[in-house]
Design a binder for this molecule. Structure first.
Ligand SMILES: [Zn+2]
Length: 263
């Protein structure tokens, strides 16, 4: 009799597990039918074709881009694309096709989640710099000695978008890299015109004197290497102006990475 009850209870248990599994499968199927994910660039369904910006360290699971579109992103090599006053300036990718569209989606189309994909590209590129440095017998600063700083933008742009696009990329990048982040080390003290509307000389004039640093944050990150993050590198006017301001305030250990470069 006891054996009969034991066997019955194990059968009920198994049946219960099957029911749970079925309900879970059913709910997930309905959910994926309603909220079908598509590639943000070409519109194809992402079911088995998604480029996953997810890895063990990623703070958020995002799947916005298909593998085909992801492959069109052209990475640059891990050596500096430019040097200004001894500061190395790296650019991760070429500003064209998919990369240009992704940056525009984040900047102008309120697609805030795109920052996760862009930060992931930046993270992948960081490994390339590490490999390049290693080849030269050099090293990047250890992560605890680093502080990631985004290029600030006009207050009006933040108001319109609801966020600072470069801040969002840099923040997510710092999560992936597990390195400290400071959104307030650099301050924008003067509104500027959009750089893309100006010629090389006007760009320099436009950004001249528009940045300052926050002395309280400098104290907090004293002795650290500042890693400046920006989205697009064209003539370098913005990055150069930032380097000038940092050096003027005795911050000497600096390097910069822009997500893309206009070539
Ligand atoms: Zn696609």
């Amino acid at each position: 009799m006891i054996n009969f009850y034991k066997s019955l209870s194990s059968k009920i248990e198994r049946l219960f597990i099957y029911i749970i599994k079925f309900v879970k499968f059913f709910v997930l199927s309905i959910f994926s039918l309603i909220y079908k994910e598509n590639c943000i660039i070409c519109g194809c369904a992402l079911q088995n074709n998604g480029f996953s910006a997810q890895n063990n360290t990623c703070s958020k699971n995002v799947n916005l881009l298909c593998k085909t579109c992801a492959k069109t992103v052209e990475f640059l090599s891990g050596f500096p694309q430019g040097v200004y006053d001894g500061v190395e300036i790296y650019s991760a990718t070429i500003y064209k096709t998919t990369m240009r569209q992704l940056i525009h989606k984040l900047k102008f189309n309120h697609k805030k989640d795109v920052c996760h994909v862009l930060a992931y590209f930046l993270f992948e590129y960081y490994k390339k710099i590490e490999a390049y440095k290693k080849e030269c017998g050099k090293f990047l600063p250890s992560l605890e000695n680093l502080v990631i700083v985004p290029v600030p933008t006009n207050k009006n742009n933040i108001k319109q978008r609801g966020y600072n696009n470069v801040f969002e990329i840099a923040k997510e990048f710092s999560n992936l890299l597990r390195a400290p982040f400071s959104k307030n080390l650099l301050l924008k003290i003067k509104d500027t015109k959009p750089q893309y509307k100006l010629g090389p000389k006007e760009r320099v004039k436009n950004v001249s004197g528009c940045f300052n640093i926050n002395l309280k944050e400098v104290e907090k990150f004293k002795g650290k290497t500042v890693l400046i993050i920006d989205d697009i590198y064209t003539t370098g006017a913005t990055i150069n102006e930032i380097i000038k301001v940092l050096k003027k305030n005795n911050i000497e250990n600096i390097f910069c990475i822009t997500l893309s470069k206009v070539v």
